[in-house]
Design a protein around this ligand. Sequence first.
Ligand code: ZN
Ligand code: ZN
Length: 124
Amino acid sequence: MTDQHIICSRCKCKYINDDKHIENDFGFNRLGERYKSCVKCRNKGNNYRENNKDKVKDYHHQYWIDNKETIMKNREALKQEAEASNGKILYCNRCYKNIPFDDFVCPNGKTYGACYSCLESRYG
Ligand SMILES: [Zn+2]
Ligand SMILES: [Zn+2]
């Protein structure tokens, strides 16, 4: 005799043990195996990740607001340093760092508003 209920491994809720309910409440993975935790628990995990993504974004945004003047001042200082270097170093508008000319110039010999590694990570 099979058990009448399946217990979710995470929330310990009982679910009815028949094909229709299992499909609704648990679902199956790619291999056709029933998930050990119920749909609700698995969604909770996803939401948690989603919520945290927003939190991280908020944190960065708040940091930017709180430190805007310092950040801008630092960037301005870097820019001036780059300008004073006679082209030996250049200021990257994307990673906000001073980069040696060799790492700034692209294989075609041109320079753009960003260092080569920033351009590469975007287009490469
Ligand atoms: Zn559950
Ligand atoms: Zn860069």
